[in-house]
Design a protein around this ligand. Structure first.
Ligand code: G3I
Length: 305
């Protein structure tokens, strides 16, 4: 394949990108996005604060810009994210207890219903586990409504859109030896054993010096896959430059290719200048939209499969 999407498609996988609605009038940006990728994630536009700015008043205008661009260009869409401790609208931030639980479930239901039939995979719950040792849940207003908030969100999402794959999505879950990875693994195993509707696990894969790529990533992906879920690399970016960065991109691609249930890779932005990171050069295209060494290494790894 001459592009990332074509090379990935040869292996039965997708290659995706996070897009921002505010950049859809930048033709350098959209030309690359349209040429290289066949899956799109809204970087911010389908989050809780964007879609329910006032309680029970839903606003899909920005999310629809992403969805319409994707549809018009033949792309599929990953939905991101239905329930999260962060980027909650102001009215939700200070809620608690049953009121918050019900507001969260109403949000999941309404957003998943609005986009019913149009979403390949939803990140139903994002980042619900704490970093570091111990494998605890992350403290948040949602967590304080009770441990079962996650499974309640998944059940509501399934009821609203039975056709979407339902994912749990997190970061610092790529290293198999980390407590956070093991804690998410135990939750998914428990969900599968009890019939809680979960179809996929998203590994964000924001790699930098503190959270470095580790060669046991492949073990992590295959171990989760053995539970009977699809695995997806959902927000890939890798700090660094040159051949070292290129090699790490190739390693990530090769790890996904080695695991049949790894169905796709999404990079978290188009050009380095589009990255959420305030410094560095973590993506596949430079600020002018030129292909980097990391791009070539990624394409070659896909084409070698
Ligand atoms: O749109 C407003 C703009 O009107 C305002 O003037 C400006 C001033 O700060 O803020 C703009 O909103 C920003 C938004 O990005 C759009 O650019 C927010 O402040 C900023 O917080 C927000 O950052 C996003 C971040 O999530 C928030 O948590 C990043 O774009 C987005 O890339 C990042 O994505 C997350 C994933 O959702 C979950 N995993 C980690 C990943 C990276 O942090």
């Amino acid at each position: 394949g001459a592009t990332l999407q074509a090379a990935a498609a040869r292996t039965g996988r997708y290659f995706g990108v996070a897009l921002a609605a505010g950049k859809l009038n930048d033709s350098t940006y959209t030309t690359i996005a349209n040429r290289e990728f066949n899956m799109v994630t809204a970087e911010n536009e389908m989050k809780m604060d964007a879609t329910e700015p006032n309680q029970n008043q839903f606003n899909f205008s920005q999310g629809d810009r992403i969805l319409n661009w994707a549809t018009q260009n033949g792309k599929q869409v990953r939905g991101h994210a239905l329930a999260w401790h962060s980027q909650q609208p102001g009215w939700m931030q200070n809620m608690s207890g049953t009121q918050l639980r019900n507001a969260m479930l109403n949000h999941v239901t309404r957003v998943a219903t609005y986009y019913k039939g149009k979403i390949h995979s939803w990140d139903v719950v994002n980042e619900a586990f704490a970093d570091g040792n111990g494998g605890a849940r992350r403290d948040s207003n949602l967590q304080r409504t009770g441990d079962d908030w996650i499974e309640a969100a998944f059940r509501a999402a399934r009821a609203a859109d039975p056709g979407a794959k339902l994912c749990y999505n997190d970061y610092n879950t790529d290293n198999w030896t980390w407590d956070k990875t093991q804690a998410v693994y135990r939750m998914v195993r428990d969900f599968k054993s009890r019939g809680v509707p979960i179809d996929c696990v998203g590994f964000q894969s924001h790699f930098n010096a503190q959270s470095a790529y580790n060669s046991n990533y492949r073990t992590t992906l295959s171990s989760f896959a053995a539970l009977g879920v699809e695995v997806q690399i959902t927000e890939l970016d890798i700090e660094g430059s040159g051949q070292q960065q290129a090699q790490t991109y190739a390693n990530v691609v090769n790890d996904c290719l080695a695991v049949p249930a790894c169905k796709g890779i999404t990079v978290w932005g188009v050009r380095d200048s589009d990255s959420w990171r305030s410094y560095g050069t973590p993506l596949l295209f430079d600020n002018s939209g030129n292909k980097k060494e990391a791009y070539t290494a990624t394409l070659n790894a896909l084409n070698a499969a």
